[in-house]
Write a protein that binds this ligand. Sequence first.
Ligand code: MN
Length: 747
Amino acid sequence: MSEVKVIERTGLSAYRLKKAQRDDLKQLVEVCKEHMDRVDEKKISRAFKLCYLSHEGMTRASGEPYYYHPVEVAKIVAQEINIDDISVIAALLHDTVEDTSVTLADIEYWFGKEVAVIIDGVTKIDGVFKSRDSKQAEAFMKLLLSMAEDIRVVLIKFADRLHNMRTLHHLRREKQLKIANETMELYAPLAHRFGLFSIKNELEDLCFKAIDPTSFKFVARKLKEKRESREKFIDEFMNPVEKQLGEADLNFEIKGRPKHIYSIYKKMQRQQKPFEEIYDLFAIRIILENPHEKEDCWRVYSIITDLYTPIPERFRDFISVPKANGYQSLHTTVITNRGKKVEVQIRTRRMDDIAEKGLAAHWKYKEGDHKGSESLDRFVNWVRDVLDNPRPEAATEFVKEFQLNLYQDEIYVFTPKGELRTLPKGATPIDFAFDIHSEVGERAMAAKVNGKMVPLRQKLVNGDQVDIITSNKINLNVDWIDDVVTHKAKSRIRQFIKQKQRKIAEEGRQAWQKRAEKGKVEVNDQELTKFAKKFKYDTTQSLFFDIGIGAFPVSKLFKEVKKYKSTGRIEETPSESNSASDEEIQETYISAARAVGDGKSLIINGELSNVKYSYANCCNPIPGDDVIGFISRAGDIKIHRAMCNNALHLINTEGERILDVNWAKNIENKFLGAVRVIGEDRVGMINDITDVLSKSLSTNMKSINVNSDSGMFEGIISLYVDGIGHLNRIIKRLERVEGVKGVHRYE
Ligand code: MN
């Protein structure tokens, strides 16, 4: 810590490393230069110094100094991923923010925004990895992609895990097993999806070694014994083939490397065969760079079968008839002069790409998210490209372009058991509850997000863990209609509203029947429909609904019916029919339900939808204030504080437009309030005030206006508050700030 603080003043460049660390740095720079064209040595050296200093005194389980780890991770990034030197720098510093006194601001100051964003990402996704169920690699990958603003975040994470796996043997057995299992279930499949094949293979082998060391050693020893003879065999087999391919003007690449240890072992298990049989049955892959796909593949086939005898029943033409997943290739098994069987796979570069990308394509079928899949495919291709033939300019360009907002329309959240759920962006705990089960939705009472109680209507964000607290009775609220985005929740709430509407209409009908009986009139349904039409209702149902909520006086209907009974006709009114749509009727109901929710006064709940109301600018009412509503000529409602001068004037002059309003009990919105602070004009006053607000009261400020004159300080601070209680707490707390003479609510 103290060392780092010293550096803050003198600059990292000036700091002198000791010999041992200088050597480590030199080695890292060499690896970088070997794999990348553009390497900013000065910047890497500064990052190395900060890495070394910030981790000074810390050790790993192996007893080695901690900084070995980030340096090794940086080397893996340079060697295996080799995108750019920015990722190397970020790798060097990937553990600093979480484990040392270095802050993100420090990183940004020394290395710029780009590096800071990556390190922030690595720190954040760390938490996700730690606490979650690792069995859903695919969904998990989407989560990572959506959380990571920059792809390099995920790549560094792989490198980090690879080094941790390489040094796994220093940990206790129990811990080894836990980490190895997690790596096997999560990181290895993810690395595969990303096209990081060699990292994936190494991860799997390291896991295998940790989980089943005996079998691992067995296969490894056997492989070693056979390696030389295998390479010799491939050479012998391919020599005549290569010669003829060259003469036929075919450009090609041969892949015949032995598979990694774990895959050989898996095959032995699956096929219940001894090592020798698996090992001997390997495939040589010939990848053509030529454009005439079909013709050229067949030419190669013809050349090979001229040289070696094919086994007819082992021949497969996946070019004319591709596999369901799009896989294309010619497969043939031939017998060599010495009687050995060899499978040969013939395909073009394009086919080979598809073969490897098949896994990424898998997403496409499954998710139907074309935009996302396209970007992912591009990415996977690109990673493979970079791995196969490093071209740094193309890579850097791509990183810039590939701002990873792949799945921005979706968020990924977890159940309390760690199960992952995909929801549309903007979803709330209510959506989540309905997604789990409609019954959970209907009974949802409250929600805990990441262990903290939150309002049901608070929007969820990526990685949230959501726990719904249910009541034993139905708790569904019609207001929720505005707080949900999923179809499932919406349709269930609408259904509920309809049921309620029916119930109210039924009440309206009963009220009418009572009145009719009392007045001794009788009308049939057909006649009632005519009355409904007369009053511009589409159906009797909607007329009765309005009667039910008190919007239409039952006496008015009675009077009309009475008139009809004596005259025998229903007076026509020039009718423009009441053609409210179903949805409009529902909206009306929602408004009405709010309006009649508590006695006769309008309940305001901080939402500005459906019932059109807004808060007056002259007095900025906040929950807890005594308020009145004023119905404007435009038909919307303005909420004033009852004590507001304008309100007093309105009460006197236009009393009939005044509406009784009350605050709903649980308001979750923030309101704009303001305070005026007066005190001595001293150094640090503003700092102290903002500290109190943000730290001890976690209040967000909108603005602060300061005047100081002849030793006096006056500040007008507008801030977001929950209500009057919150504002009063703020006032009390600000009054205790040193030098403050008075704090008042300000309008
Ligand atoms: Mn690490």
